[in-house]
Design a protein around this ligand. Structure first.
Ligand SMILES: [Zn+2]
Length: 235
């Protein structure tokens, strides 16, 4: 299937229990996946290049991909970042600004350590991209308009003032959006936003509902290859 795949990860760390978790990919598996992509000629692009492509501004060579992380877990720095660097890959990490340097409050199985500013700055200087995943990770479509605006606007300004560069991409908490949320994100000056709609991104794709492919901790190699080729893990 044609189009640009955007892989969505969350945690990259060893499993805490015996069972693999949906949103936690082990470092060993993540390394295998990045090595596979690299060895098969895949190269990472920026989110700006993806949106330009979707808007018909220039074509892209084949085998281009985006690696994205939601929530900003600390293991993105300790585990995923060294692996990405090994293959010369970049990635975009979507941060929840009010929780930077503390623990998540949205994980079903209890809090998890999130990235701090020193780690974010080090990755930013090394070419990693950052985007907003809202200020407090609430379900945006359920909020009054003014609160949606605060979630979207505040996270952008906090990141811009700390990192000293424009923050142009957003990822919807829980992947949930509606027309109102989309309009507010666009109105706050973002260039695009990522949903959890599966599939690859093609020319003409809605820049404020970009597609992503969830890479799950218990996916087999077969699932991974289906995701890469078809943009979904089922035939
Ligand atoms: Zn999230």
């Amino acid at each position: 299937m044609v189009g640009i795949p955007v892989f969505m990860y969350h945690k990259v760390s060893p499993n805490r229990g015996r069972k693999a978790e949906k949103l936690r990919v082990t470092p060993k598996k993540f390394d295998w996946q990045m090595r596979y992509l690299f060895a098969n000629g895949y190269r990472t692009i920026s989110t700006a290049q993806l949106v330009d492509f979707c808007q018909g501004k220039g074509s892209l060579p084949k085998r281009r991909i985006i690696i994205s992380f939601d929530d900003g877990y600390e293991d993105n720095f300790t585990q995923a970042f060294p692996i990405l660097k090994k293959y010369g890959f970049r990635a975009i990490i979507f941060l929840v600004t009010d929780y930077i340097g503390s623990d998540s409050c949205w994980d079903e199985k209890g809090p998890e350590q999130l990235l701090n500013w020193a780690e974010i700055e080090e990755m930013s200087q090394a070419g990693m991209e950052f985007g907003s995943h809202s200020h407090t990770h609430r379900l945006l479509p359920s909020l009054p308009k003014e609160e949606i605006r605060l979630e979207v606007e505040r996270s952008k300004s906090v990141l811009e003032s700390k990192l000293g560069e424009p923050i142009e991409f957003f990822s919807y908490p829980w992947g949930k959006l509606n027309e109102e949320v989309k309009e507010i994100v666009e109105g706050c000056g973002y260039r695009g936003a990522f949903s959890t709609l599966p599939g690859k991104n093609r020319m003409g794709e809605d820049s404020f509902a970009l597609r992503r492919i969830l890479i799950r901790g218990y996916d087999t190699t077969f699932h991974f290859l289906l995701n890469l080729k078809l943009g979904r893990s089922r035939i």
